[in-house]
Design a protein around this ligand. Structure first.
Ligand SMILES: C[S@@+](CC[C@H](N)C(=O)[O-])C[C@H]1O[C@@H](n2cnc3c(N)ncnc32)[C@H](O)[C@@H]1O
Length: 277
């Protein structure tokens, strides 16, 4: 059966839409389970639609939204239909996480809030400040489809029908559980040169020590015969770190300051430990 074409229900910094054709060239034909510890908007997961998946992201609000789509999509759609795309409503909804008892707010309401803010904010960027509070401004875009009910329902059906697990822990805790014959796609926050890269997905960032931690976890996967594909920035640090693996340089495109008319071609790396058959 031809799988339904699924689109991410959130727009995410570092999203892989433009690099997807390159990434798909390196996906092994057969694997028992698909792992993605740095999920973001799930572009690769939704393109592959594996029968068995373990996906994760340290951003708890993001994963709360995935669980709402998987287990409660019709109620989530009803919630989203209540929102109005106005500046006043945007800032009122954005301010909710500043309330002391925000964590007690119903998980469905929190999921609807994140999807609404992501769709109506500037450039669809998810960013938090050091206190972990969402701090992107209103986007002033009129024709925004906040709900997209057909795609949201289809994503919910796929996440439910497939044999899958969705978690929100550190990547190392996920990689410790990888089973034999699996395939792991790793898309961490990119290495930075002169702070030119975005890592403010969570309030703890992702520095050089985390890049080294991830590389050591890849060595353990390699040692156990587990295939991994990793994407990262083309920096001397990353090239040196993964010099023992197969490195491909590919070209991605960035919108400068959210302006789709001014694009920047950037080199990125796809790193793997297996031959493509
Ligand atoms: C480059 S983005 C992933 C983009 C994703 N591939 C997409 O297509 O949207 C990196 C993700 O890693 C998550 N992250 C940051 N630190 C993490 C950690 N220690 N463990 C797991 N996930 C982490 C961030 O929340 C962010 O969503």
């Amino acid at each position: 059966m031809q799988p339904t074409q699924l689109k991410p229900f959130l727009k995410w910094a570092g999203g892989k839409r433009k690099l997807l054709p390159e990434i798909l060239k390196y996906i092994p034909k057969n694997y028992s389970c698909y792992y993605e510890p740095f999920l973001g908007d799930g572009e690769v997961l939704l393109a592959l639609q594996p029968n068995r998946y373990v996906v994760n992201d340290l951003n708890h609000e993001l994963i709360n939204a995935y669980n709402a789509v998987k287990y409660n999509v019709y109620s989530l759609i009803k919630y989203l239909e209540l929102f109005r795309n106005t500046e006043h409503e945007f800032y009122a909804v954005r301010a909710l996480d500043c309330h002391a008892n925000y964590s007690a707010v119903d998980s469905l309401a929190r999921a609807a809030r994140i999807i609404y803010l992501n769709k109506t904010c500037f450039n669809g960027l998810y960013r938090v400040n050091r206190a972990g509070k969402f701090n992107v401004g209103y986007g002033y875009r009129k024709n925004v489809d906040v709900v997209s009910p057909d795609n949201l329902t289809a994503v919910g059906e796929y996440l439910c029908i497939a044999d899958g697990i969705i978690t929100s822990v550190d990547f190392e805790d996920v990689l410790k559980t990888v089973i034999k014959d699996s395939f792991v796609y790793l898309d961490p926050p990119y290495d930075t040169v002169a702070n030119n890269s975005f890592t403010a997905y969570t309030d703890c960032g992702f520095g050089k020590d985390d890049q080294i931690r991830l590389k050591l976890a890849c060595d353990r996967l390699n040692h156990s015969g587990i295939r991994f594909l990793l994407s990262n920035a083309d920096t001397p640090f990353i090239r040196k770190l993964y010099q023992d693996y197969k490195i491909e340089m590919v070209q991605g495109r960035r919108n400068i300051a959210g302006n789709p008319n001014s694009r920047l071609i950037v080199n990125e790396l796809l790193i793997r430990n297996y031959d493509v058959n």
